[in-house]
Design a protein around this ligand. Structure first.
Ligand code: SF4
Length: 71
């Protein structure tokens, strides 16, 4: 949920293309949860766990300001 306290604080969006690039200047359009090092879903999953959002799911196409490129 984008409006959840932690999600809102991290600028989480379920759709990486909806991220405010003026506010989050580090954001790149090819960045999303599916290619974030913290994403716990498997390749092809529509959503998966993220340690920053315990007990919740992050959308594979989503993004937040804690994004870290998967090595
Ligand atoms: Fe998505 Fe990574 Fe942010 Fe978790 S830390 S919500 S996987 S971008």
């Amino acid at each position: 949920d984008e409006k959840d306290g932690q999600a809102a604080a991290l600028g989480y969006k379920a759709d990486t293309t909806k991220v405010d690039n003026k506010k989050f200047t580090s954001h790149k359009p090819d960045q999303n949860c599916a290619n974030c090092a913290l994403f716990q879903g498997k390749a092809g999953d529509k959503a998966g766990g993220c340690p920053l959002f315990a007990g919740k799911q992050a959308a594979a196409a989503g993004w937040c300001s804690a994004y870290a490129k998967k090595a």
